[in-house]
Design a binder for this molecule. Sequence first.
Ligand SMILES: *[C@@H]1O[C@H](CO)[C@@H](O)[C@H](O)[C@H]1NC(C)=O
Ligand SMILES: *[C@@H]1O[C@H](CO)[C@@H](O)[C@H](O)[C@H]1NC(C)=O
Ligand SMILES: *[C@@H]1O[C@H](CO)[C@@H](O)[C@H](O)[C@H]1NC(C)=O
Ligand SMILES: *[C@@H]1O[C@H](CO)[C@@H](O)[C@H](O)[C@H]1NC(C)=O
Ligand SMILES: *[C@@H]1O[C@H](CO)[C@@H](O)[C@H](O)[C@H]1NC(C)=O
Ligand SMILES: *[C@@H]1O[C@H](CO)[C@@H](O)[C@H](O)[C@H]1NC(C)=O
Ligand SMILES: *[C@@H]1O[C@H](CO)[C@@H](O)[C@H](O)[C@H]1NC(C)=O
Ligand SMILES: *[C@@H]1O[C@H](CO)[C@@H](O)[C@H](O)[C@H]1NC(C)=O
Ligand SMILES: *[C@@H]1O[C@H](CO)[C@@H](O)[C@H](O)[C@H]1NC(C)=O
Ligand SMILES: *[C@@H]1O[C@H](CO)[C@@H](O)[C@H](O)[C@H]1NC(C)=O
Ligand SMILES: *[C@@H]1O[C@H](CO)[C@@H](O)[C@H](O)[C@H]1NC(C)=O
Ligand SMILES: *[C@@H]1O[C@H](CO)[C@@H](O)[C@H](O)[C@H]1NC(C)=O
Length: 845
Amino acid sequence: MGINVKSNHKDLSANKSRESQPPSSIKNTMKNIETLQLIFFILIIVLCIIIASDDNEGDTLTTSTILRDGDKLVSASGMFALGFISLTNSSAKRYIAIWYNKITTHDIVWVANRNRPITEPTAALTLSSNGTLLLIGDSSSTMYWSSLTSTIIDDINVTTTNPVAQLLDSGNLVIKGANNECIWQSFEHPTDTFLAGMKLGHDLRTGLSRNLTSWASPSDPSPGPYTGGIQLAGVPQLGITEGSTWFWRGGPWIGIGFSGSPETRGSHFFVITFISNAEEVEYSYQPIGNKITRLVLNHDGYGQRLVWLDPPGQWSLFWQAPDDHCDQYAYCGVFGICNASNMPMCVCLHGFQPRHPVNWALMDWSGGCVRKTELDCGRNKTGITTDGFVPVTAVKLPDTSVAVEDMKLELDACSARCLMNCSCTGYSLANFTDAGSGCIMWMGQLYDLRVYANSSQVFYLRVAASDLVSNKSHNRKATAKVVSTVVCFSIGAFLIALDSSEEVNMENTATNTDMDLPLFDFGTIADATNNFSEDKELGEGGFGPVYMGKTDDGQEIAVKRLSKSSTQGLDEFKNEVMLIAKLQHRNLVRLLGCCVQRQEKMLIYEYMPNKSLDTFLFDQDKKVLLNWQMRYNIIVGIARGLLYLHQDSAVRVIHRDLKASNILLDQEMVPKISDFGLARIFGGNEAKSQTKRVVGTYGYMSPEYAIDGIFSVKSDVFSFGVLTLEIISGQKNRGYYVSQNYYYLLRQAWRLWKEGNAMQLVDETIENSYSVTEVLKCIKIGLLCVQERPEDRPLMSDIILMLTSNNELLPEPKCPGFVAKAESSSSKRESPSINNVTLTITLGR
Ligand SMILES: *[C@@H]1O[C@H](CO)[C@@H](O)[C@H](O)[C@H]1NC(C)=O
Ligand SMILES: *[C@@H]1O[C@H](CO)[C@@H](O)[C@H](O)[C@H]1NC(C)=O
Ligand SMILES: *[C@@H]1O[C@H](CO)[C@@H](O)[C@H](O)[C@H]1NC(C)=O
Ligand SMILES: *[C@@H]1O[C@H](CO)[C@@H](O)[C@H](O)[C@H]1NC(C)=O
Ligand SMILES: *[C@@H]1O[C@H](CO)[C@@H](O)[C@H](O)[C@H]1NC(C)=O
Ligand SMILES: *[C@@H]1O[C@H](CO)[C@@H](O)[C@H](O)[C@H]1NC(C)=O
Ligand SMILES: *[C@@H]1O[C@H](CO)[C@@H](O)[C@H](O)[C@H]1NC(C)=O
Ligand SMILES: *[C@@H]1O[C@H](CO)[C@@H](O)[C@H](O)[C@H]1NC(C)=O
Ligand SMILES: *[C@@H]1O[C@H](CO)[C@@H](O)[C@H](O)[C@H]1NC(C)=O
Ligand SMILES: *[C@@H]1O[C@H](CO)[C@@H](O)[C@H](O)[C@H]1NC(C)=O
Ligand SMILES: *[C@@H]1O[C@H](CO)[C@@H](O)[C@H](O)[C@H]1NC(C)=O
Ligand SMILES: *[C@@H]1O[C@H](CO)[C@@H](O)[C@H](O)[C@H]1NC(C)=O
């Protein structure tokens, strides 16, 4: 409207000035009048615009106005807007959000009702007279959100009069009371975006924390698993956590920036302020000039600093964390240090050696490092220690949650102080500005060190006197015999070098290691799979889709493509390549090569035309094709493959995810174990391990693994037992709670066995051509494998003996694990947890 008015009047005045031709003496007066007219018109226009937009486009909400769906508040300069949005085109879920209004991408920076989307069209945002913003439904019965739900007001008088809510140009929604005092502000309740002027951290007086919480997914703003902010333990650190574990650690503030985030030194876009005192620990930033920048914690846990560049009018990624492998928390384990430009990336700190040399050589760094020589500390009763320090240069300082800080201590005094305390493992400057000042001392194990090419940070590591001198002839390269090298990846990836230096004490050093893993070209793979077309997709593997392909020379291949986003997948991918390249057996799927190009990571296997065992076993039409002899051969084949993994290969491998869909069948129906993404390698003398991250498939998991995360060869034996019973019965063992029938197959097998009716378990589609003794032997072996206590289960070598000999003198099985309490005849110890087991399984699904 305003624009039409404007142009009409302009035309009018232009015509006028052309029609009349006044003498030059009065020309000026006329001009002045015209100018006045113009100003007058413009004033009217501006007024029109203000009036027109007053009902829904001001920047304030008062107790007498209501914001309904379709209305919005726009900040004074138009930078930000607040209103109702949906996150998908079709969604009926509406949210109150603040977004960039001026920027064409309209990125959302804050969501009010992230926990409770609006589901009725008539919901409205109102300001109650006590200064509370309320987002309520039609009947006023549904409160979707209120500004009180996320704050505690105790020092503010709620009897405030005439409150107003205003959207500021900073993107902050503030509620102000009668005296203009701030009652509430959205900046104190951040969602996933950190804007200039906000503060992340802790108000130590009120105990209020401000941190970012990721969205659950790009279309779901409800709180996701990741939190970004300042962690207070020890010396405060910036970082991103997933639950109680670090996802990425930005480290302590060291004057010039955060130790683990060199980018935070500022730039010509923004300056950072960090305040740490008795009252607050707070991180904030301000843009330089009129630069637009934001920091966002993405749904996948990645923190990103974005800067708006105009031209070309788009967000530019200034920084991202985690950014490389070394950014993954404690990638190299305890006392290890990560160097992203080195191969391998992890080495032990000076004076330390790998805890598990074999795993270390195979690039499983999780075990970390141990001291070569114990510290003298504590043994020398004179109180004077012979320990000393070696500088570790150009680093990100270790995790300071075990550290203490003293800003007044000079570096020399810091060193002396550290030596006096037995738990002190190292120290560094606390403030690296100018000449440096202050002191941080680490009082425990050191985690998450990494190398930065340009860092000025030095960490002083405490070592025993004998490790003080760096011994050049101790250099690994001088003595290392590289037994095998599988060159697979280019830069930034990894080499497989089984390093049999004197540190590696393997019972059985790799024997068959003379192989080269061919590198496939991306184009070749793309061609072979019709550009990864959907109709070539065979299914989903452990970490991404699997495609069928045919190379130019007619060879059929299966291509496993690692999903790009998953870093977990990347580790598993590496694990798998390392393992498979080493393992060669008739009953293991053969790796033909790999492809790492254009951020793609793929594994190329021999193609198995008969797909996986489950496609036969659990298919009413196809299971008929599996007669007893074939089933028996499959059981024996799997057992042989597993025995090779457990005992006969160069390294001990525990598969951890043995199941019917991971058994592939070749043309002759020879079974091949596949999917080593979850497998773990064990040192020769290691028998079992424990993990916090229980991976695998319910239904095949042994009790001790599912409950306590303990896995050993005996957990694979359990899975083998389940698989054997499945092959015999043609039924799936369901690991979840179905009307009391959890672990149904095991219960049924055990019941029939006890009743002497074990033959009833046999799949009825098997024709009567089987040997009853063979079937009974297999059922018995299956039951022995699924015994509750790992000690009661046989080893794979025993199983091969049982299977291939005619010896019927097998031990009698007891009640299997995961079978109902009433039927449990053996261990009392486990019975109270039966409910817990079921619960775990139910929740786990
Ligand atoms: C939503 O609609 C917009 C505009 O019509 C379109 O560009 C976009 O692709 C749609 N998004 C989805 C997920 O359908
Ligand atoms: C303010 O008013 C709303 C509704 O009128 C009420 O739900 C809320 O409890 C009040 N807050 C306080 C602090 O009294
Ligand atoms: C709240 O208001 C009452 C009455 O106006 C006044 O006496 C009291 O001091 C106020 N309290 C605060 C914390 O401002
Ligand atoms: C994040 O902030 C919330 C709200 O103050 C707090 O409850 C939570 O403990 C904080 N989380 C972390 C990891 O600091
Ligand atoms: C670090 O040192 C610089 C220069 O001495 C000083 O200006 C700054 O305030 C110090 N920072 C901290 C956090 O102490
Ligand atoms: C990291 O690795 C690179 C490449 O091997 C090497 O040049 C550099 O010196 C290493 N940095 C440190 C601090 O060890
Ligand atoms: C204990 O300290 C004394 C004094 O420095 C030194 O002479 C002695 O060798 C130390 N003893 C041991 C066991 O390190
Ligand atoms: C060593 O440091 C720890 C942590 O600061 C402290 O608890 C302990 O008392 C210190 N021990 C000695 C002997 O000073
Ligand atoms: C590293 O240091 C060199 C020399 O001091 C400097 O030119 C370069 O810009 C630095 N690189 C980074 C990424 O800071
Ligand atoms: C250096 O290493 C060599 C060989 O490993 C060893 O014989 C020698 O004693 C070491 N020297 C020192 C000072 O540790
Ligand atoms: C694959 O894509 C490329 C480029 O997009 C195209 O040239 C080629 O013809 C495609 N190949 C197949 C088999 O679709
Ligand atoms: C789970 O087991 C623990 C001990 O193992 C027991 O204390 C707890 O009550 C059990 N929970 C349920 C729900 O049975």
